[in-house]
Design a binder for this molecule. Structure first.
Ligand code: SF4
Length: 357
């Protein structure tokens, strides 16, 4: 079996780590690129959302590289994510590819048993631990990268260190190697020369539909671009945040997702699919500690359309910039809007500071 899975931001790092520990051969699709998008667009229904097109493109490229088994998440749900696996499977079969599709709807236990060739629970657990540790390490490095991007003197250095860290984390074979990679790259980040500025950097939250938020190709490196503008990005959604299991936080419902859903309740009580409720909740939760919010949504994503329309009516106020992504979105337009947004927030802060003097 040669297993593959869509990239989805950093998800592949954890899945690959887990699979390799269990002796499953993996075919990681080539990095998501313009070709991936073109393939996805060519074979998807025109109105499908961007994550559908990009993950389909990933699958086609992985099958071209020799994968024969595709593992995917997504079962039944109120938004289009519920029918991704079935429709993508039909499209790929129509194109003539031969493969086995292992879906979450089989049940997670069955899925794991099939993919790991019935490995023992102990082996599965050890694979899971390594995969999760990789995601946690990446998250730790990422948090510091957000801070350093905003204040580094030589723009681009923190991003370079982050890429090196990702490579080291992917190739780490055990927890010790992982720890070494983490310490080494955190140290490099803290040693970066910084600019001397009297003002602390702006803090801007990035939230919205999970896939475009976590996938740098899908969101056109919005976090890197904000960092270049001297902004410290705050991103509560991450793969690690989604998969980590902390019994105490879960029981008390204190994880970020649960807190934001609770915060959104006065404005939206129902689950509308995707991350619509969480988007509203992040605005409510962080109105007092973020300077602004960049809301990312794929074109035609109903949960985020709802969130976008509800957000202006919350009593907690904060400047919000909505960016809609599809295959026609232009990078230059996005950069212009980011610059204007950051500039507007800086002026607003200055005016507020002057008014207080
Ligand atoms: S949340 Fe939006 S973009 Fe994501 S799968 Fe659902 S409809 Fe598509």
């Amino acid at each position: 079996m040669r297993m593959t899975f869509p990239h989805m931001g950093n998800v592949w790092v954890g899945v690959k780590g887990m699979a390799e520990k269990l002796g499953v051969e993996c075919v990681v699709p080539p990095p998501t690129s313009q070709r991936t998008l073109s393939l996805g667009v060519k074979y998807s229904p025109e109105t499908a959302c961007l994550p559908f097109k990009l993950t389909l493109g990933n699958m086609i490229e992985a099958l071209e590289c020799g994968a024969d088994t595709i593992a995917v998440l997504g079962q039944y749900g109120p938004c289009r994510f519920g029918y991704y696996p079935k429709v993508q499977e039909l499209i790929l079969r129509d194109l003539g590819y031969k493969f086995v599709m292992v879906r979450e709807s089989m049940g997670v236990i069955n899925m794991i048993r099939y993919l790991t060739n019935r490995a023992s629970p102990r082996e599965v657990l050890s694979g899971f631990r390594l995969g999760l540790a990789k995601l946690k390490t990446l998250d730790n490095v990422e948090q510091l990268v957000y801070k350093m991007r905003a204040i580094e003197r030589d723009k681009g250095m923190a991003t370079r260190i982050y890429r090196d860290a990702t490579t080291a984390i992917v190739s780490a074979k055990d927890h010790k190697a992982l720890k070494r990679a983490e310490q080494e790259h955190l140290k490099k980040l803290t040693q970066l020369p910084t600019v001397a500025s009297p003002e602390p950097p702006l803090k801007i939250g990035v939230t919205g539909e999970f896939f475009v938020v976590i996938d740098p190709f899908a969101n056109m490196d919005v976090e890197i671009e904000l960092g270049k503008l001297g902004v410290e990005v705050q991103r509560p959604q991450s793969v690690w945040e989604l998969v980590r299991f902390n019994p105490l936080l879960s029981v008390l419902k204190l994880r970020e997702k649960e807190k934001s859903i609770r915060a959104a309740k006065p404005y939206l009580t129902q689950h509308v699919g995707g991350d619509g409720r969480q988007t509203i909740g992040e605005k409510v939760l962080h109105a007092s500690n973020w300077d602004g919010l960049v809301h990312l949504q794929p074109f035609g994503c109903l949960p985020e359309i709802m969130a976008r329309n509800i957000m202006p009516s919350t009593k907690e106020t904060m400047p919000v910039l909505s960016i809609i992504y599809d295959e026609h979105t232009g990078r230059a337009g996005m950069l212009n809007r980011l610059e204007a947004f950051v500039d507007m927030i800086q002026r607003r802060k200055r005016r507020q500071a002057e008014a207080c003097v």
